[in-house]
Every structure is written in C-alpha cells, then in structure tokens.
Design a protein around this ligand. Structure first.
Ligand code: ATP
Length: 249
C-alpha cells in the first residue's frame, strides 16, 4: 500500500531558475522551498509570469535549476541526476497533465492512455487491462475507442489524467489542467484530481489561476515574482496550508 499519510515525497530546496543573461535576464524563480506530501493536493497559484510553470517543470524533472535542488524521498537529488536516471524517474514515478491535454489526435482514447505503458515495454495483455482500469477510473470506459476530436474538453482532460496515472506514478504534476475548460467542467476535473490524489496516496502538485479551485487544495503555495508569498517557512513538512495553515485530507 502507498503511504497516504502525508510523508514528503518531493522537496524543492532554495530553487532558483534564471533565463537568459545580461540586461534581459529573467529570475523566474528566486529561492523557493516546498515540500510535496503523499496523498495531498498542493496547488501553486500566482499571476501570469510568477514562475508556476518553471516551478512545476523543475519538480517534474523536465528542467534543471540554476541553483538549489529538487530532492526525492529516497535521498536522490533529482535535479542533479544524469539525464538517463531522470528519464527513468519520470517514466516510473511521475505522471504529467497538461493544460492543452497533449493527446495524440490520430490515436483513440485507449491508445493515448496506452502510450506510457508502451514506453515502459509493459506486455500487451497487461497493457490492455491497465488501460481499461484507467479509463474506468476517470469515467470514460464507454469512450475508449473515440478519438480526441470526438470528445468534449473535459473528457479529453480525463483521458489526459488516465494517461498520467496508468503507470501508477506516486507523483503527479499538472500545469493549469483546467485552463482550457469552463468553470463547471474545471470543478469536476479538480474534484477528480483530488479524489485520485487522496485515494491513491499520490503527491500531486497542480498550478492554476482559478481562485475558485483553491478550496479543493490541501496546501496552497502563492508565488509572486518567483518567490513564495504565503508566509510559510521552509521545511515544515508541508503542514502549512491555505489561510488556516493546516493541511487537509
Ligand atoms: N524558456 C524561457 N526563456 C526565457 N524566459 C522564460 C522562459 N520560461 C519562462 N520564462 C520567464 O520566466 C518567468 C516565469 O514564467 P512561468 O512560465 O514560469 O510563469 P507562470 O506563472 O507559469 O505564467 P503563466 O500563468 O502565464 O503560465 C516569466 O517572466 C517568463 O517570461
């Protein structure tokens, strides 16, 4: 069984990320500390350009910091591992959900969900069972054969979530997963993410602009100009949260 009790799975330590050099240099992150606990939904919010995507890319091993570290619960420093090891961690431990869904248009829902399992060379029989289970989990079992253009935006994002979770990752990184959805559909997708995060003990980190989605978070991180402004000291094990300072779930 997974640890659903809030132990820290991923930590950011004094993360800095600068882009460019000289007068055009941008400090996208300027010293961010963050603990991402198992079985909890951490929401990163902040205005456009505050560094949300930069932070999520670093946490998900898609980019490397200029300074500071991303540390895994097994003690390895993700941000300093050789590329091959980073790829292995990404494949085995991390699921990704994207704002624009990122589905392959010529593939059906089930074929899209199958992609990460093919990359891991999972045998065909096991693949189809796991794909069916993942589509069932997001309520799309009846739509398995449909292509993305035959699905609504909310359904496409459900396929995106099924694809992210089909490999049973223990970390989920979702950058503005509801950014292209109307507010009712966005709320349903956030509910699904919260439910799966809690039920499966996943350490989830989600960015959003949408204030209405904050109430679903177990921990809210405010970013402004690449710094945290939620007044939380580093290294408290993710216990601090939204206004009340508690973590739910
Ligand atoms: N590859 C890059 N090259 C140069 N500057 C970059 C790059 N990526 C991000 N930036 C800059 O870093 C800052 C933070 O960008 P980031 O995309 O992380 O913000 P964000 O909070 O995700 O914004 P949004 O809500 O608009 O997606 C911005 O000033 C952005 O222009």
């Amino acid at each position: 069984m997974r640890d659903g009790g809030g132990s820290v799975v991923l930590s950011a330590r004094d993360l800095h990320r600068t882009f460019g050099s000289g007068p055009t240099q941008v400090h996208a992150l300027a010293g961010v500390d963050l603990d991402v606990p198992a079985g909890r939904l951490t929401v990163v919010r902040g205005p456009s350009g505050s560094g949300k995507t930069t932070l999520l890319n670093l946490l998900g091993g898609l980019d490397r910091p200029s300074n500071g570290q991303v540390v895994l619960d097994d003690g390895r420093v993700l941000s300093e591992l050789p590329e091959k090891e980073v790829l292995a961690v990404r494949r085995e431990r991390i699921g990704y959900v994207f704002q624009s869904f990122g589905l392959v248009p010529v593939l059906s829902a089930e074929e899209n969900v199958e992609v990460p399992l093919r990359l891991r060379a999972v045998p065909a029989g096991e693949r189809s069972a796991r794909v069916a289970e993942a589509l069932e989990m997001v309520g799309l079992a009846r739509h398995a054969r449909q292509r993305p253009y035959e699905l609504s935006g909310g359904q496409q994002q459900r396929v995106g979530i099924a694809r992210a979770l089909v490999g049973a990752p223990d970390i989920l990184v979702a950058d503005e997963p509801t950014g292209q959805l109307d507010s009712d559909t966005a709320a349903t997708i956030m509910d699904l993410l919260v439910e799966l995060t809690h039920a499966r003990g996943i350490a989830s980190v989600v960015s959003t602009h949408d204030a209405a989605l904050m109430e679903r978070a177990d921990q809210v991180v405010d970013l402004h100009d690449g710094r945290r402004t939620d007044g939380r000291p580093a290294g408290d094990g993710g216990r601090a949260g939204r206004e009340g300072g508690t973590i739910g779930g």
